[in-house]
Design a protein around this ligand. Structure first.
Ligand code: FAD
Length: 391
């Protein structure tokens, strides 16, 4: 039976249906029994535990976003809680699903034709096919709408793609990568489902990261990569359609950042009960209680914001600025929270074995990916003032 986590202080998970609680419990069981025992080792080696993918996908974790693959009707709040649940054990595993379900399936779900959805969504949801999402480039990150340099040229029934991508998650072992490229003819950004076995496509792992070390990020080069017209996302007509995918995933990253904060907070609460200084557990010192209560305040405010932004998705009222505010606000609160939790653990707070250290380090990647804090502020700022301040 499903028990709310103690950091869900105001009991937001009471909003979930029985089916949703069961679904969440399956994800929780897998994360606790299979991922938690090995993840520090993989993090330290900077490897992704690919052997866990089939078992993890069997929990239905990537099936919920689309009606074609979902075992039951579910809410966006539930899918957000799933991101939190994964991330409070390991943000790398949550990022793997964020890329697979949010970005790769999301691109096909939002911008694919009915045939493309029917062909690809079930294969990606089961894990038979692993997907990646290639938007960012070596020379364009925040500026990915106008600054994209990868090109696509139509030749008869085929497209020829040339360019480079950077930071692409899962791309060292993905079967397909969604590549966003500018059509040489009309200058618009279009999306392509590129099988990674296509000649001219290559991916190299980015080494020496200090955050999300278990996520495999890649530099990709595309040299005269040819794909048929049938693999062009039929409803991706401009960057506006790419942004529709990102609106959905940004809200999920906000949820994920709450999970990272909860992971560090839980470690600090447990540590404070065990560790004694000045003749009593540090949990009995007032300033440690202040650290913990500030963490819980951040977590509770962030869950409330995430719940509402997810409800707005289901109500059909969520706009780009709503998910941008949640992503920017919650990742900033996460960054404070992991720092307070780590601080409450003294020196042991920087050692992997004591748990908080991994969350502390992983928070940095979540803070910057899917739109930096500055970019999300500019999306919100445009909505507040009516002025576009990007350029
Ligand atoms: P830049 O755009 O170069 O920004 C550098 C700094 O300048 C930032 O602080 C930024 O906010 C600031 N800045 C830029 N423009 C302005 C402005 N107009 N006003 C004020 N400040 C500004 N991308 C993918 O396509 N697919 C993935 O799977 C993927 N996974 C990722 C995983 C990880 C671990 C990381 C770190 C990144 C990933 N990314 C991925 C890329 C990610 O989305 C980008 O890193 C992010 O958008 C920022 O781009 P950038 O790193 O090029 O920074």
């Amino acid at each position: 039976t499903f028990e709310p986590i103690s950091a869900d202080f105001y009991g937001f998970s009471t909003l979930l249906s029985d089916n949703e609680k069961e679904g969440l419990q399956r994800i929780r069981d897998y994360m606790e029994s299979e991922v938690r025992p090995v993840i520090n080792e993989y993090w330290e080696k900077a490897e992704f535990p690919t052997h866990l993918v089939p078992g993890f996908m069997a929990t239905d974790v990537a099936r919920y976003a689309f009606p074609e693959t979902s075992p039951f009707e579910n809410s966006a709040v539930f899918r957000g809680f799933a991101a939190l649940e994964m991330s409070r054990v390991d943000a790398s595993m949550a990022t793997f699903i964020g890329v697979q379900e949010g970005l790769a399936m999301g691109s096909i779900g939002v911008a694919g034709s009915a045939e493309q959805r029917a062909e690809w969504l079930p294969k990606l949801a089961s894990g038979e096919v692993v997907g990646a999402f290639g938007l960012t480039e070596p020379l364009s990150g925040s500026d990915s709408a106008k600054g994209l340099r990868t090109t696509a040229r139509r030749e008869g029934d085929e497209w020829v793609i040339n360019g480079a991508k950077r930071w692409i998650g899962n791309a060292t072992f993905s079967d397909i990568t969604i590549i966003w490229a500018k059509d040489e003819a009309d200058g618009q950004v279009k999306g392509f489902i590129v099988p990674t076995s296509t000649p001219g496509y290559s991916a190299t792992k980015i080494e020496r990261k200090i955050s999300l070390r278990s996520v495999m990020n890649a530099d990709i080069t595309l040299e005269n990569v040819r794909v048929p017209e049938s693999l062009r996302l039929q409803n991706a007509r401009s960057f506006r359609d790419t942004a529709r995918v990102l609106r959905l995933t940004r809200a999920q990253v906000a949820w994920s950042s709450v999970g990272v904060a909860v992971g560090a907070y839980d470690a600090a609460v447990a540590y404070a009960q065990e560790r004694e200084q000045f003749g009593k557990p540090i949990a009995q010192h007032q300033l440690i209680q202040d650290h913990l209560s500030r963490c819980l305040g951040n977590i509770t405010a962030s869950i409330a914001m995430c719940v509402r932004v997810s409800q707005m998705l289901d109500e059909g009222t969520q706009r780009d600025e709503h998910s941008a505010l949640a992503k920017g606000f919650c990742t900033a609160r996460m960054r404070e929270t992991v720092a307070w939790a780590r601080e409450a653990m003294g020196g042991n707070g920087i050692v992997l074995d004591y748990e908080a250290a991994r969350f502390f380090a992983d928070a940095e990647a979540l803070y910057s990916y899917e739109g930096t804090h500055e970019m999300n502020s500019l999306i919100v700022g445009r909505s507040i003032t009516g002025h576009n301040a990007f350029v």
